[in-house]
Design a protein around this ligand. Sequence first.
Ligand SMILES: O=C(O)C(=O)C[C@]1(C(=O)O)C=C[C@@H](O)C=C1
Length: 357
Amino acid sequence: MNLEELRHRIDEIDNQLLEFLNQRMRHVKEVGALKRKTKSKIYQPEREKSILDRLEKLNDGLLNRKAIDAIFLEIFSVSRNFELPEKVAYLGPEGSFTHQAAESRFGSVSEHFPLATIRSVFEAVSTERASFGVVPIENNQEGVVSETVSYLAKFDLKIVAEIPMPIHFSFASYAEKLNSIKKIYSKDIAFRQCTKFIDESFGQQKVELIPVNSTSKAVKIALEDEESAAICSHIAATESQLPILFENIEDSKDNYTRFVILGKNLNIEPSGNDKTTLLAKPSDSDKPGSLASFLQDFHDANINLTKIESHPAKKGRSFKYWFFIDLDGHYNDEHVNRVLTKHKKEVSLLGSYVKLC
Ligand SMILES: O=C(O)C(=O)C[C@]1(C(=O)O)C=C[C@@H](O)C=C1
């Protein structure tokens, strides 16, 4: 087939795709109407995951799982916006890794808006200015984002989904040669995570590393000054059209950040592969063995705790700690529910959601 014939075929397939997508949206609108009547929630990540899993199994063509996810997550996003326009607050600024994470899950049709602090994302969801909020909760090189954990304890919000995302840094600048660069701007965490690249590229050369509040801010400064560069996200450099000189300059290729989606409701159905997050404040925590006996109940119920981190309770002058716990399973699973009910006075349930990492 020549180019013209191939394009003709593609056009015909696109026409059919459009017709099918419109058919799909008609059903989605009916689902939306049903949900309004029964007051059930629009975003159902466990249903989306089961569609993606089914399509992956069914698929015998060229598309891989990543491609299927990219296409269908965008379709789900359009669907949800048909049912009810979605507003998503994220920890900004625009071009931050949290922005990238939010768009990867909510698609580009949803309205995303950046907020300057983690606290303001929590407030936006609490006051229903946003239907969902996206914040980072931990990085596998740096540990937990304790601000997020503190606000999970303070606000009455739930984790409705998690987004694990590989963190890649780009090196962007208008400079034509590396040796004309005198200053590099970035967040201090990014400098820490790109030390090999900086040492190897600028070991002999005098270059100033200047920490700023965000990698997007670093891009803005580097746009104005050809003798400077930014270490930033891919999205931040490309949106501002700052040329990327090197990609993936991070020391560890296994650098992942886990983001969480915050919502107001807990009612996410079990998917069969779920994670539950809790904040535990074991009573009598001053007594020897109280934490051990609390944990023993999880062990006895055959519940796998995948994380336990102590977190300052920030109550008065005392040095009391709470425990931030992740476990395998859903709060509706019989064995999980039994232990949570036994400890209901000591435990705040932060959410059960599809396990992705
Ligand atoms: O099945 C539903 O509950 C829908 O609202 C439809 C749909 C979809 O597009 O397939 C859209 C949003 C939900 O998050 C899950 C699935």
